[in-house]
Design a protein around this ligand. Structure first.
Ligand SMILES: Nc1ncnc2c1ncn2[C@@H]1O[C@H](COP(=O)(O)OP(=O)(O)OP(=O)(O)O)[C@@H](O)[C@H]1O
Length: 313
């Protein structure tokens, strides 16, 4: 749906914020765009939604170069405004009516505006001025604004910034619902890695304007968790370390709070992994111990982010 080919942005002062970026966002994705401060995320999102022109490279939306058919692109894309984009003296309803009037081709009626207000949970507040809205309410209104032209994709730059945990969860839920029910593709930048983990099926990590990783969260977990690792708990973890260390397929055992992190040697087949697990249970049992808990360790988005960005730093 959106593809960038070698997109580079050099600002007027000569600073190169983005270098040869190749992104691929498919229809239906919730695409998480991550990177440390100053990595080039806002620069990229502004180029994708047409607010900033790349210095070189191409941005294709459904195969169309965004420079070639700006009106069509404008109708396909919804942008959630940054906080300073709000019109404080308008009511929520007037605000949406105003943005609707900007889309001459595709004017929708008041009923749709009411529907949108309901969709984002602001119908009861439709006649309250935006200046009196909390941050979370403004963010929800921004999402309604992005949906006014019935877009195929919406862009959000840090949608949960400054929201309390409940507000963050509400926005996560709203965006996930919009993706599933309205089938809208979502492109999101966030430093809240939990947001990304909960919502996104695909992520891209950039650093210093250069792409470091792109793929599904599962693909990245597989890539960065090089050794199959179990988290186990026994009734005597110290003794268990001695007993399990005798198993040749176990490479390392570390204490991890109440648990033990048991790392297997690399490249074991599924069958072999299953055998090793049996061997562990058996050995513990022989030594008079019980396996109280056993689970497979997976990497969090935070683990992946740190590993991906420290490699390049
Ligand atoms: N108008 C500009 N002129 C020159 N340099 C700029 C301009 N805007 C941004 N930059 C620089 O480009 C780099 C990337 O900025 P950008 O805002 O895209 O990063 P970001 O990943 O969104 O950062 P953050 O997570 O802090 O929001 C930064 O070093 C920034 O200082």
């Amino acid at each position: 749906m959106i593809e960038t080919k070698n997109v580079t942005k050099i600002y007027k002062n000569g600073f190169q914020a983005v270098t040869n970026l190749n992104l691929k966002i498919e229809k239906g994705d919730v695409f998480g765009f991550l990177g440390p401060n100053g990595a080039g995320k806002t620069t990229t999102i502004r180029m994708l939604d047409g607010l900033l022109e790349p210095t070189s490279g191409e941005i294709l939306v459904n195969g169309i170069d965004i420079r070639e058919n700006q009106t069509e692109i404008k109708n396909m894309v919804g942008v959630v405004p940054e906080s300073h984009g709000y019109y404080y003296w308008m009511t929520a309803k007037e605000y949406l009516q105003y943005f609707n009037s900007l889309f001459h081709n595709q004017n929708v009626d008041d009923q749709y505006i009411d529907y949108l207000l309901q969709r984002v949970g602001l119908y009861e507040k439709r006649d309250v001025i935006v200046g009196q809205f909390s941050r979370g309410m403004k963010q929800r209104l921004g999402i309604a604004k992005a949906l006014i032209n019935k877009p195929e994709i919406i862009f959000l730059d840090e949608p949960t910034l400054g929201l309390d945990p409940r507000g963050q969860k509400e926005i996560q839920q709203l965006l996930s619902d919009i993706n599933k029910n309205e089938k809208i593709t979502i492109f999101i930048t966030s430093h809240m890695l939990k947001d990304i983990e909960v919502m996104c099926n695909k992520v891209c990590i950039i650093q210093n304007g250069v792409l470091v990783e792109q793929g599904s969260i599962q693909e990245l977990q597989k890539k960065y968790l090089t050794h199959y690792t179990l988290l186990i708990e026994t009734d005597d973890n110290e003794k268990a370390i001695d007993v399990l260390s005798e198993i040749e397929e176990i490479r390392q055992i570390d204490r991890c709070n109440e648990k033990l992190e048991v790392k297997f040697v690399k490249d074991l087949s599924e069958e072999k992994i299953s055998n090793v697990k049996q061997k562990m249970i058996h050995k513990l049992y022989e030594s008079g111990m019980d396996m109280k808990e056993m689970s497979v360790k997976t990497l969090s988005m935070e683990d992946i982010f740190f590993r991906a960005t420290e490699k390049e730093a």
